[in-house]
Every structure is written in structure tokens, then in C-alpha cells.
Design a protein around this ligand. Structure first.
Ligand code: SAM
Length: 222
């Protein structure tokens, strides 16, 4: 029976098999969910990116780049002096992001790499901006992974995360099925602030989209 109070995780096993790919897209269903997320996350992403500035020469890293829509968005805003790098631990996401951004890769302003946030193949202090859209729910060790994000950012560099779901006391029961299916962690604004301050960031700011309940946060590397 479908419980109307729960966030829909698929009313049949085929839907569940698709949705579970949001954590780490694999195979044909992985391709399908990435196409879907490139569209379904678009309004939230547009709202989120309105909270920080990109310069023509910005070096930007998008972690958990998925289908590559945000890589494309950033690539359209930089000059030949800038760079956008996408990283994702799913080979299907890397394939999709690569195909989606072929024009910018050929132009030399975009790279897409396979790898985990936990140990990234970049020199320290490489990027001006690091972004993560709908991905931190799945990071294996948030504090340690934030330290790795901090390492690859330049001093004063900006970290930005955007999530559709934020932890709110007494409102989380509806996400029980989703949390179990995707083995995800839903962070509160307070935990995000505490975690970023603990891992070498300052100037924490949080923005809530009242209409949809989305959250995005920014902070700078000390
Ligand atoms: C829900 S999708 C979001 C994709 C894209 N950012 C978007 O907003 O449409 C989550 C993505 O994060 C990636 N991901 C999850 N954990 C990761 C990790 N530890 N390291 C790198 N990528 C990760 C997944 O493979 C997936 O592509």
C-alpha cells in the first residue's frame, strides 16, 4: 500500500531499482536517472548558483557531477583562462558528463574525472570554487571529506553545497524510506555550519528556499 505521507521512493520494484541509482549510477538505469536528474535538479541548481559569483578565469570543481549539467552551466560562464573539472565515483556519471560537455572538453576548458571525494587527484590549493549539488548525502566520512575539499581549495576559495532536503526536527519521518533505500545522510543547517567550521572554513552562510524547502550553503577557506 502506498503511504501518502512518505516521499515516493517508487511504488514498485522497478521504480526502486531506478531510484537507488541516485547514490551511484550504474548501467542503463544509471544513464536513465542521470538524464532525469539533469532536468529535475535544474530549478534548484539555478536558485543555488544565484548565491555566488563566477569570474571568467575561475577554476571550479564540481564534486558528484552526475549528468554534467552544472559543469555545462559553469563552462558557459568562464573564458579560456578558466577551468571546470567534474569528478564522480560512478563511471556512468563520468561517461554521461563527458558526453554532455564534449564541446567544452574539446575546447580545453572542461575535464571530467572518475574518483571519490575522499581522495582527489588534485594538488593542494588548485580551485577557486568547489561545488556539490545533491551529493553530500552520500559522502562516506563528511568531516574527513570536507578536509579534502578544503585541501584542494585556494585560500579564501568558496565551497558551495545545494540540497533539496535539509534535516528539520519532527519532519523527517516522510524520508524514512528514501534514507533506507539510498543509505543517505540528511544534514541540518547547524550540522553543516559546525562541520564546515571544524574543517577550516569561515564566513558560513545558509540560504533556505521557503517555497520548496531547499538549502544551499557557502563558506570560505580560512
Ligand atoms: C543525486 S546525484 C547528483 C548529481 C548531480 N550533482 C546533480 O545535481 O544532478 C549524486 C552524485 O554524486 C555522486 N557521488 C556520491 N558519492 C560520491 C563520492 N563519495 N565521491 C564522488 N562522487 C560521489 C554519485 O555517483 C552521483 O553521480
Amino acid at each position: 500500500m502506498v503511504d501518502d505521507n512518505k516521499v515516493n521512493t517508487g511504488n514498485n520494484i522497478e521504480d526502486k531499482k531506478l531510484i537507488v541509482n541516485a547514490r551511484k549510477p550504474v548501467g542503463e538505469l544509471g544513464h536513465q536517472i542521470l538524464d532525469r536528474m539533469n532536468e529535475s535538479h535544474e530549478l534548484m541548481a539555478q536558485w543555488g548558483v544565484s548565491h555566488f559569483e563566477i569570474k571568467p578565469d575561475s577554476k571550479i570543481l564540481d564534486i558528484g557531477c552526475g549528468g554534467g549539467k552544472n559543469i555545462e552551466r559553469f563552462a558557459k560562464q568562464i573564458s579560456d583562462d578558466g577551468k571546470v573539472v567534474g569528478i564522480d565515483y560512478s563511471d556512468v556519471s563520468v561517461e554521461k558528463s563527458t558526453r554532455f560537455n564534449r564541446e567544452f572538453i574539446d575546447k580545453g576548458i572542461v575535464d571530467v574525472l572518475e574518483g571519490s571525494v575522499s581522495k582527489m587527484p588534485f594538488d593542494s590549493e588548485t580551485f577557486d570554487i568547489v561545488t556539490g549539488f545533491e551529493t553530500i548525502y552520500f559522502w562516506p566520512d563528511f568531516i574527513s571529506d570536507l578536509k579534502e575539499v578544503n585541501r584542494v581549495l585556494k585560500k579564501d576559495g568558496l565551497v558551495f553545497f545545494c540540497n533539496e532536503v535539509v534535516y528539520r526536527e519532527g519532519e523527517m519521518e516522510k524520508y524514512d524510506d528514501l534514507v533506507e533505500l539510498l543509505d543517505m545522510k540528511i544534514y541540518s543547517q547547524d550540522v553543516l555550519e559546525y562541520s564546515l567550521e571544524k574543517t577550516g572554513f569561515k564566513d558560513f552562510k545558509a540560504y533556505i528556499n521557503d517555497e520548496n524547502g531547499w538549502i544551499c550553503v557557502t563558506a570560505r577557506k580560512i
